[in-house]
Design a binder for this molecule. Sequence first.
Ligand SMILES: Cc1ncc(COP(=O)(O)O)c(C=O)c1O
Length: 356
Amino acid sequence: MGRLKVMPGALEKIAECKLPRELNFGKIIAPAYIECDYKDGKWGELKLVPYAPLHLGPEAKVFHYGQEIFEGLKAYYTDRQGPFLFRPDQNATRFNLSAQRLGMPEFPIADFLESVTAMAHYCKEIIPTKSGESLYLRPCMIATEESLGIKPGLTYKYFVIASPSGPYFTGDSIKVYIERERARACPGGIGAAKTGGNYAASLVSGKRAQELGCGQTLWLDAVNKRYIEEMSGMNFMCVIEGIIYTPAMTDTILDGITRKSIIQLAQDFGMHVVEDKMDINKLLEQVAQGKCTEAFACGTAAIITPIRGFVEGNGKELAFKSADSKIAMKLRQELLDRQEGRKTAPANWRVLINAN
Ligand SMILES: Cc1ncc(COP(=O)(O)O)c(C=O)c1O
């Protein structure tokens, strides 16, 4: 079939793995992972190996210049249906867009798909089976060349780790902190790439968000500090007078696969979706007037998580008048039904892993 080699000990380690009853997000890492090294202009063997720390010189470029990209997708095995992956081809394509932006070699789409499929296949028995739980897969590429010159590395490592995970947020909804001073991404920058630097830029604000009781930071555009972009790890949507609004894609926003799937689903249900510039101050007025009735975060980790209010840096809070989040919760269920195998999904959305 594919070119993956299973190395001694990897399957035994997975077979020994027992899941605890309480699963957090991203805390438990599967005891085997996939790796592939790049040198002399080519990718080498694709291998499933027992989990072990990486050995890298402290001068490896990834540590100094942040030449790193990643993806996030889930394997679903709810009620032992599946396992399924959701639109992994989209992750593969986005991975290579990130690679291009960071001056890294592309990873062959077929190898990306084989690696995530193999993780779902070999880790089938450690995929949690409750709805909303999953095996979170994290493909990653780092520059491993041990040299301090500021230029793209000559050697790289691709790897995929897996984490049997529960929901990303513990509560049913979140408040979001409106970041009006700092910026996450700027035009022409790396905001649309899935790379560590964007997350590094968000962490201080994430700390402030936490102090304010918020689950995420809401980022505004870097130039006007006015137009909503996205959150630190998910996209933004809201409902105004029955219409779904989401910021139009720019090069400062990650093009979310959940976002585009929700847009398609909502349109299939006959709902109107508008992708446009969204002024934060206008939106807050609409929330206060009761015209904007819902907002929600969407992403692979968050699925769809309702936003119950917005918080400013000075602690001033604006909550939604009603907390029923009807449209968000309907879309969340419809999306999960397609990801977890209860409803027919559009072509190529749900990929069944042949895991005998
Ligand atoms: C910054 C950012 N925006 C949006 C998303 C949502 O993207 P997706 O739906 O593809 O997971 C994510 C999550 O991966 C993210 O990290």
